[in-house]
Design a protein around this ligand. Structure first.
Ligand code: URA
Length: 240
C-alpha cells in the first residue's frame, strides 16, 4: 500500500499550482478529499483510490497520467504553436501544469487518436522506432485509389530525405477514396508523403489506433479520458 502523503504535496503533484498555492486552496475551503472538506494542507492521506475535489471539480488521483485524446482538426501538438491553437488548450489546466506531453505528434489538420502522458519512459517506449509499434491511419484520398498504389505502399517507397524505403506494414482499401494504412515509423508528414510518392494525395487523415489500442468510438472530438489499467496492458503488449 502506498505511503500516506501530505495533501499539499498531492495537490502539487497533480498540477494544481505551487505548493504555497495548493496550501492556500485548502485554507480557502476549496479542496475536498473523498467528499470531505479538507482543513489542513499538511494532513497525510492515502492516495489509494483518492478522489479530490478542487474548486468544485472532481479529480481522480493518478501518480502518472496516461490519457487518450481525440484530436480535432486545426490544432497543433506543441506548446509553442505557430498558426493554430495548441491541443493543450483543450485539456484541463492541471495537465499542462504537471507537464503532460503528446506521445508523438499529429499534423494540425490530422484528426484522431493522440496519447498524452507525463511518464517519460512510456513516451520513449511508445515513440522509439525500435519498438515497431503500428499506428493505423484512415486516409481519404483526393484521387480514386488504384490497386497498384497499395502494392507500392506495401513494397516500400522512397521519400526524398532518406534513401531507406518507407513501408506500409498493412494496407486495406475501404472504398474508392478511403484506405486504412498501418505504419511503424514516425517520419515527418510520413503518410502524406507516402501517398504523394505513389501518385495520390491525402485529402483527410485520421488516426484510429496505436499498437493494440483503438480509439473508443464514443470519444468525441476534443474529448479525453484516462487510460485504464487494461488499456495500458494492451499498449504494453504492442511493444515488441
Ligand atoms: N503522417 C502524416 O503525414 N501526418 C500526420 O499527422 C501523421 C502521420
Amino acid at each position: 500500500m502506498a505511503k500516506p502523503v501530505s495533501l499539499e504535496k498531492i495537490l502539487f503533484s497533480q498540477g494544481f499550482g505551487t505548493r504555497r498555492y495548493c496550501s492556500d486552496l485548502v485554507y480557502a475551503d476549496l479542496v475536498k478529499v473523498n467528499g470531505v472538506l479538507a482543513e489542513d494542507p499538511e494532513e497525510r492521506i492515502s492516495t489509494e483510490g483518492l478522489i479530490l475535489n478542487v474548486e468544485g471539480q472532481d479529480w481522480e488521483f493518478h501518480e502518472k497520467a496516461y490519457i487518450a485524446f481525440h484530436k480535432p482538426t486545426n490544432y497543433e501538438c506543441s506548446h509553442k504553436t505557430t498558426h493554430h491553437p495548441s491541443v493543450y488548450s483543450l485539456l484541463p489546466r492541471p495537465f499542462v501544469e504537471r507537464g503532460l506531453q503528446c506521445v508523438g505528434r499529429l499534423d494540425f489538420d490530422t484528426t484522431g487518436l493522440l496519447l498524452i502522458s507525463d511518464d517519460g519512459q512510456f513516451i520513449h517506449k511508445m515513440t522509439t522506432p525500435k519498438k515497431n509499434i503500428g499506428k493505423v491511419y484512415e486516409i481519404t484520398t483526393a484521387e480514386p485509389i488504384q490497386g497498384k498504389q497499395l502494392d507500392h505502399l506495401l513494397k516500400g517507397v522512397i521519400l526524398d530525405d532518406d534513401p531507406k524505403p518507407c513501408f506500409a506494414k498493412a494496407c486495406e482499401q475501404i472504398d474508392e477514396h478511403r484506405l486504412a494504412m498501418t505504419i511503424v515509423e514516425g517520419r515527418y508528414h510520413q503518410v502524406k508523403r507516402m501517398m504523394a510518392a505513389v501518385g495520390n494525395h491525402v485529402a483527410q487523415l485520421h488516426r484510429t489506433q496505436i499498437g493494440a489500442y483503438s480509439m473508443p468510438v464514443d470519444l468525441a472530438e476534443g474529448q479525453w479520458h484516462w487510460l485504464s489499467e487494461s488499456d495500458l496492458q494492451q499498449l504494453a503488449k504492442s511493444v515488441e
